[in-house]
Design a protein around this ligand. Sequence first.
Ligand code: AMP
Ligand code: ZN
Length: 308
Amino acid sequence: MPYCKICGSGTVVVYLPYAKMSLCQNCFLEFYVKRVKKTVEEYKMFREDDVVGVAVSGGKDSSALLHSLRKAFPKLELKALHINLGIPEYSEHCESKVKLLAKSLDTELITYDIRERLGFTVEDFMETRFRRKICSICGTIKRHIFEEMALEAKVRVLATGHNLDDMVSVMLNTFFNGHWSQLIRIKPILPPLADGMAYKVKPLIRSLEKENLLYCMYSEVPIRSLGCPHSNQTGIRKYMQLLEKLSEEDPGFKYIILNRFLELIPIIENAVPKPTLTQCKVCGFPSTNEICSYCKRTSLVKQKEDNY
Ligand code: AMP
Ligand code: ZN
């Protein structure tokens, strides 16, 4: 019968194979929050007197992020930022969980309802030629809206819930496909694209997906129980499966990949020409093209609305 490696109690709830540690519920939660705090401090993601926006989707990762940041930095001003994507049933469900969480933490919640603000929803792309690429369209839309929300909410820093599994599988995907300009953007802290825009930070890069779920369970964090009806990450899933296999052999494997890539990225960054940014002619945001990909994509569904 294992005992908690930290406090010695006999009520072990989790075993972390990469650290060879069995932990009880309280020690696991403390361990998790300490690691988030250490990651924020190591990469100087923000200071305790900052205003930090947290992009909360209603899923386990970003909900664990908001909750653990509140525990790790009790004095920090946090604003929860949520995008309602207008996906029937799913989006209302997600928003209701985020509302519950923000209320329980006494944190301001700002919701951007894309149907109200933009007159279309992510669902509308199902009627376009991007039907099969809806996840990537949704990602483009969310990234653009995060920038807008950060400006409106006046936050200097925007935190997202990307976890260790996400980081490492996206790193491998971009690496094997030679997408160097994308690879160099997978960093724990990304400076603003232009003056006045927000820093992007990822405090959960050392937290496994499974641990985020356990954190939510043991801290009674409300999270969505519905899956997105459009979710399909075939490319990335291939690397996730590969990583699970390799982690069975060596439980520290994901950390090793993360650490090696974090050493490699600045070297690649110096070798790859920096893209020249101009201002998108439509929205004015920084873009590598005359019209940014957000404006290009959304013009498709806007045209449709205009034709009614
Ligand atoms: P994803 O791109 O869905 O893997 O999400 C990555 C991160 O973006 C999440 O951990 C959240 O921090 C944020 N995010 C995703 N969807 C939303 C949403 N609807 N509202 C607010 N933040 C979101
Ligand atoms: Zn634009």
